[in-house]
Every structure is written in C-alpha cells, then in structure tokens.
Design a protein around this ligand. Structure first.
Ligand SMILES: Cc1ncc(COP(=O)(O)O)c(C=O)c1O
Length: 430
C-alpha cells in the first residue's frame, strides 16, 4: 500500500504538486485534461533535446544516441502495456491523429458494407474517425452502444445486439473521460474475436489509473497519450504485429514500409521517448517502495513488466481510497453522495469502485458550472474545469457541460477533504 511516507515522496517527484509556477498554493484536480509533469520526465526530455538533438540515421554520436533513446522509449512503452515487442509500438502527435491514421489504413480494406460499433461514452477521438469512414462511403453505419444513464455504465447487452457479421471494428474507450467508468474490455475483446472484428481501445483517460495488459485484453490496437501520463504531448499506439504488417497506412514513398516506421509520419522527436522512459522508471521506483500484497496477482509477469504491473496495481488501489472518500466523505466533510443540490453522474455505489477511475462529473443545482469552477479556483485554490471534454457524454445527458474533477495518485485524502469542504460551502451559500 501507499504509506504516508511514500505519498510524500511521490509528491516530491512532481515539480508543481503543491504550488503553481507563480507560487500559488493550489490543489490540482484537472488531471483528466492533462496531468502534472514528473520532474524526471521533464529533465530527461530537456537532456535529450539538448544533448542528442540530431536526427536519426547518421554515423555521428548524437544521431546514434537519438536512435538509442527512441528504441529505449519504445521498449519502455512495450513493457508498460505488456506488448510482445517494441516493434508493436507506433508513436504519433496525439491519440486523435493516431486514430485518424489508423482509420484511414483500415478504411482501405473495407468495402462499404461493414458497420462499426462504438459507445455513447467515447471521446470524439474515437468517434469522428469512424464517422469519417462513413462519410466517405467506406462503411455503412456507425452504431453506438447505449449508456445506462442512471448508473453511468455501458449497456453491454445493447452492445451485443449491435454487433453482427458485418461489424468490422469495435472501438471502445478503456474508461470514460467524463464519468470515469471503465469498460469491460476483456468481454468486449471476446465479442470482437468471435466475429473477427478489429478491437480498438482508447486508453487515453485510463492510462494513469491502472495496469493495462494488451495481451490479456486481446485488443488489436490501443492508444494513449503522454500528457495524460505525467509527461508532455505525444502519443503511442500499440498494434498487433500481424495488423501492423498488413495494413497500408498513408505514407511517403521513401519511408520504410515495415512497422512501426511505416505508420510514423515524418521523423520522431526523441525527447518524447526519453520522457516516457523516465515515467516508466518512476513507476519502477514506486514498485520498489511497495510492501507487496500483489504477488499472486502478478505471478504471470516477470522482470520490468512485473514491476510496472505492481506499481500500477498499487496506484489503482490507492486511487480507490480517494474515490471512496470523494463519494462518501472524509473526516467531517460529507461526500458527493451526501451533499444536497448536487447532480453526480457516473458510478456512485462504493461497492462498484472496481468499475471506475477517480474521475467525477457533477453539476450544482441553480449555479452555472463556470461560476462553481470560478469559486473553486478563486476562493479555494482548487483547479478543475467545466466543459464537454470532446465527449459524447454531456450530449447523452442533454447538458452542454459538466464540472469534472480527476484525481491521480499524487492527490491525497487531505486534498479530497479540502475539495469536499469547499463544495459543501459553495452549495450551502448558493
Ligand atoms: C478518452 C480520450 N480519448 C482521446 C483523447 C484525445 O487525446 P489527444 O489529445 O492525445 O488526441 C482524450 C483527451 O482528452 C481522451 O480523454
């Protein structure tokens, strides 16, 4: 478990965890939009940018070192996801651009009779590429599996009814970036296998919250972004080797036509690879601090993968404590479930914490979202926001925006306490 001492050390690993760059003390609950950055990731990025800035492919040492940094970064991401090899890891500008690129590549092999099944709780990065295929006549239909609105969870039975022999792709988020609800990925993976459809997972929101094993999920593709995972922009796409081999992405003629390079448009930014490797090293450091109740769970892993799975499992466990406190209260502060005049979306049942990440969407009755967010910031120094998060979720609930608090493992129960006290005050003095 995370001891108080470890939480302090973890907080020490982030430059701006207590105060922003202007010295203002604040609580950072806007992690769903982009987490704070690890000091060691920023340092590694700066070092690679300055010391090994040359482009790959030349004989001199800066260029050789840049190549090494890129391969090490790929290896680190492969281990993070338990991918079979670094060659299955493609890098790109953003998850959105990687998913568009993938959709164009898959689109080349579709004949217009297929359908795509996605869900009502996706970020549009995992919707618009599929709608684009439809607009271009490459698929017949994009179908949306329903949300069970009261519970804020996916209606898996409905998803099953949407899938048929003509389903070419099932594209699902690992966790909703608004509700925090996790998808039953293994079950959906089996459904995709049965009909031989591509199974594509958007792990952008879920990546900082728990272990991800692409082989266990048995997905064909999975994408995540560095800025949601304690470093800067730049994203990574895992793809099954056979698909990376056979798909034909758009590329310039002279670029290699073998994976992962054929999927990478232009040359790489080695500093991003240095940074993601530093995040992975930080997680290994966490795993070394743990006194482990995770042994059984991790028996199937070895080496660095095992350390990463253990760190991410510990993070997941700690975050459940934060979620529980958010929902039921902490010390004398009532939780989200108890505060009156509050509409909370997503899973509220504390017996279902396994099904959610610590991401909470809510609205205060009779106060506009922006006003609530401003009160949080100006009076209480709590950073969160209200918008639609490019997600289909607000649309489904018939509202233009929601307030969202996303916690990660550097947040604390004391911060939850301050947040809940502030929220109680905002609601009370409405
Ligand atoms: C679930 C989810 N998918 C995709 C994205 C888009 O990621 P990117 O900015 O890397 O394109 C986001 C960003 O908020 C997200 O939360």
């Amino acid at each position: 478990m995370f001891s108080d001492e470890l939480i302090e050390k973890i907080r020490g690993a982030f430059l701006r965890v207590d105060r922003d760059a202007d010295g203002r003390k604040r609580i950072f609950f806007d992690n769903g939009t982009g987490t704070l950055v690890l000091r060691r990731a920023a340092d590694a990025e700066a070092k690679a940018r300055v010391d090994w800035s040359a482009n790959v492919g030349a004989i001199f040492s800066e260029s050789k070192k840049a190549e090494e940094v890129i391969s090490e970064g790929r290896e680190a991401v492969a281990d993070l996801l338990n991918a079979p090899s670094p060659g299955t890891i493609v890098s790109g500008e953003s998850a959105t651009s990687l998913l568009f690129g993938l959709s164009y590549a898959i689109g080349k092999s579709l004949d217009g009779s297929e359908n795509i099944v996605t869900t009502e709780y996706e970020h549009y990065a995992n919707i618009s590429p599929w709608l684009e295929l439809k607009r271009r006549g490459l698929v017949r239909e994009v179908r949306f599996a329903r949300l069970i609105k009261d519970e804020g969870v996916l209606d898996l039975d409905h998803l099953k009814t949407l899938v048929d022999k003509k389903t070419g792709i099932i594209a699902v988020t690992a966790a909703s970036n608004v509700l925090g609800t996790k998808s039953p990925l293994k079950e959906i993976g089996k459904i995709a296998r049965d009909i031989n459809a591509y199974f594509i997972v958007d792990a952008v929101h879920h990546i900082p919250h728990g272990p991800i094993d692409v082989r266990d999920i048995d997905c064909d593709f999975l994408v995540f972004s560095g800025y949601k995972f304690f470093t800067s922009h730049g994203s990574f796409l895992y793809g099954k080797e056979e698909h990376l081999e056979t798909l034909r992405p758009y590329k310039v003629e002279p670029a290699p036509d073998y994976p992962p390079y054929k999927f990478e448009l232009g040359t790489r930014d080695q500093s991003k690879f240095a940074a993601i490797k530093a995040v992975v090293e930080y997680l290994i450091w966490i795993s070394e601090q743990l006194v482990g109740p995770y042994e059984d769970l991790l028996a199937k892993y070895s080496g660095r993968v095992r350390s990463l799975m253990s760190a991410m499992s510990a993070i997941e466990k700690y975050e459940k404590e934060l979620s529980k406190a958010m929902l039921t209260g902490y010390k004398d502060a009532p939780g989200l479930m108890e505060i009156p005049n509050l509409k909370v979306y997503g899973i509220k049942d504390i017996n279902r914490l396994d099904e959610r990440d610590p991401t909470f969407a809510f609205k205060v009755e009779n106060i506009p979202d922006e006003e609530v967010v401003e009160k949080f910031w100006v009076k209480h120094g709590i950073a969160l926001r209200s918008e639609n998060y490019y997600s289909k979720v607000p649309e489904v609930y018939g509202v233009p925006s929601m307030i969202r608090a996303t916690l990660v493992h550097f947040n604390t129960l004391n911060e939850v306490y301050t947040f809940l006290k502030a929220l109680n005050e905002i609601v009370k003095f409405n």
